[in-house]
Design a protein around this ligand. Structure first.
Ligand SMILES: [Fe+2]
Length: 137
């Protein structure tokens, strides 16, 4: 199981995307309880975003994604904005975070998944490949 090759990363990336949305919901809920709680949840969101972007960029570099510089720049711009935020998160800032995350995961991230499917057909998306193996045997 632990070979020299990185494990198929799409399932990890998908799980991280779900975790980011979950954590952002915790930030939204914490805003109702006050800035101290919001600051704690926001700090965790910031940590998860940094880790996720690093993982995603490492995966894209490994796959040779040609639009990696642009993708990395989108991440960096978002992170710069995110790191200016604190527990006094305004409703507009919270809406910005959610909007960016939705647009990025359904736009830029979708484009690299589509590119991967074309450029690396030997690495189908994990959920589908497992399904295919189960139904074929
Ligand atoms: Fe991304």
């Amino acid at each position: 199981m632990a070979g020299g090759r990185p494990r198929e990363p799409s399932s990890t990336i998908d799980a991280q995307h779900r975790a980011l949305f979950d954590q952002l919901h915790r930030v939204m809920d914490a805003r109702q309880r006050g800035p101290a709680d919001a600051a704690l949840e926001l700090a965790e969101f910031q940590r998860q975003v940094r880790a996720h972007f690093a993982d995603e960029e490492r995966m894209l570099a490994w796959r040779g994604y040609p639009d990696l510089p642009e993708h990395r720049a989108e991440h960096a711009a978002f992170l710069a904005e995110l790191e200016t935020m604190d527990g006094d998160l305004s409703a507009a800032s919270a809406a910005f975070l959610r909007g960016w995350l939705v647009n990025h995961t359904t736009g830029s991230d979708r484009r690299y998944l589509e590119w991967t499917a074309r450029a690396h057909p030997e690495r189908p998306r994990p959920a589908r490949s497992r399904q295919a193996i189960r139904t074929e045997t």
